[in-house]
Design a protein around this ligand. Structure first.
Ligand code: EPZ
Length: 427
């Protein structure tokens, strides 16, 4: 895999336009399978995961074309129902085609996604919900086989507000007979974006963004066009970049309401954040204060911004406690950031970040997407040169990452890594 070479210590300044949200675009692409008609998505980020999802859709028989952030999907009348292991292993989010396939074809055969670096990533909530809608589930030879003679709406109470399960079940219920109520639903903004798209296709959905979503099944869905919402996690990553380099960045095309608690915590740490309708200005402070963080489902602190904020807390005065409540193993990057001079100790779901660190460049390895981005931020804040290896993880979710950082003044180059070890499983 390639590496980023970073010469740190430069305050970033200027403005950056945020791309479309990875964690919405992938689901919107899967939702296109619910109709035989063409759908068009605008503001789709050109990132590896989107390319992988396009491969999945093509493998299923859809025609997918890209053009400058515009994706046209023509599922056609003849779809396969099997999502192959090689693609599901490459991107576990491929599991999101299961609901649409069962709704459209009455069956789905999707490879078990398996775990990844940040946790086992089970899918029991997805499968239990589909069974509640009348599907039969059979897991054998590493594949999930879902059959249904026609889904029937019901009340589904999720054990946990799972984002993926909420999305899979919302899509499966869109053309089920009767009413489905999803209780303890995920409330992430990406859920609202998907509900908007499904509604434009003719679905009848209310309550998206709350913990109770009501879907009244309709006989069929039509093609539609939709613009993907801005990527709030990318935005938060750039806000953290401004903070860790003591810079001054305007993040364009962001809805600040999507990052309320993150902005509140950044201010508590000592970062100056000015909010506007569709952008924020983020300025690094002189001194940062230790602040405790606990990740939670939305509207709680987003787990995807836990690693970036740990970098910032390493520079703050005093000790901070970071608690990871969403994933089982999301401190995996701590050993890497400690190689740059941070002093973070973990015990179970808790990490104690000892502040006041002076970060110094070193060779580090990205273990996954968000940790990889956090290591780049740490390199930008470090004295000297940092090499971040295995940046293929970063390419999965950040469009033109180094180009955007260079435009803000960062000294960052992409190079061929000397690393010859095989790549690990991906998130
Ligand atoms: C989505 O993952 C995002 N991925 C993740 O972003 C994000 O961190 C996560 O939501 C939480 O916000 C995409 O949207 C593609 P969950 P998802 O189902 O849907 C457990 C990134 O970096 N669980 O809410 O997989 C699960 O193990 C990625 O962009 C079950 O136990 O998240 C985890 O501990 C990382 N059984 C917790 O729930 C299930 O059936 C949250 O998972 C499903 C989930």
């Amino acid at each position: 895999m390639n590496s980023f070479l970073i010469n740190g210590g430069i305050p970033l300044a200027g403005s950056v336009r945020i791309s479309g949200a990875k964690n919405s675009a992938l689901k919107l692409m899967a939702a296109s399978l619910l109709t035989e008609e063409k759908t068009v998505l605008h503001n789709v980020p050109l990132i590896q995961d989107v390319l992988t999802m396009a491969e999945v859709l093509r493998e299923l028989g859809a025609v997918v074309t890209f053009e400058d952030g515009r994706v046209e999907i023509d599922p056609g009348a003849e779809l396969s129902h099997t999502a192959p292991y090689e693609l599901v292993r490459k991107m576990r989010a491929s599991i999101i085609v299961m609901g649409p396939l069962v709704a459209r074809l009455g069956r789905a055969r999707v490879a078990l996604p398996g775990g990844c670096n940040i946790g086992p990533r089970k899918i029991d909530f997805h499968l239990n919900g589909l069974e509640k809608l009348g599907a039969s589930i059979n897991v054998e030879h590493g594949f999930i086989n879902v059959e249904s003679a026609g889904l029937t709406g019901d009340i589904i109470c999720l054990d946990y507000p799972s984002v993926g399960a909420t999305e899979n079940l919302m899509m499966a219920a869109a053309t089920a007979r009767g009413r489905t109520v999803i209780e303890s639903a995920a409330r992430e903004p990406e859920i609202i974006d998907l509900a908007k798209f499904l509604t434009s296709m003719g679905a009848r959905i209310s309550g998206a963004g709350s913990d109770t979503i009501i879907i009244d099944g309709v006989s069929g869905l039509a093609g539609a066009a939709h613009t993907v919402m801005p990527d709030r996690i990318e935005a938060g990553t750039f806000m953290a970049a401004a903070a860790v380099t003591g810079g001054d960045i305007v993040i364009e095309d962001l809805n600040p309401l999507h990052l309320e608690i993150f902005i509140s915590k950044m201010r508590a740490i000592g970062v100056e954040v000015n909010e506007f309708d569709h952008k924020v200005r983020c300025r690094g402070g002189e001194t940062y204060h230790s602040t405790d963080i606990a990740t939670l489902p939305h509207p709680g602190f987003p787990t995807d911004l836990q690693a970036p904020v740990m970098v910032l807390l390493s520079l703050a005065r005093g000790h901070s406690i970071v608690t990871e409540n969403v994933f089982e193993n999301r401190f995996v990057f701590v050993d890497e950031i400690n190689r740059l001079g941070a002093d973070i100790r973990t015990s179970g779901h808790h990490a104690v970040v000892h502040g006041g660190c002076r970060l110094e460049g070193a060779i580090v390895e990205a273990p996954d997407l968000r940790a990889g981005a956090a290591l780049v931020l740490a390199g930008l804040a470090s004295a000297g040169t940092t090499e971040v290896r295995r940046i293929g993880h970063i390419d999965r979710g950040y469009e033109n990452f180094e180009q955007k950082l260079r435009a803000l003044g960062a000294d960052i180059q992409r190079t061929q890594s000397n690393d010859r070890t095989p790549s690990a499983a991906t998130v």
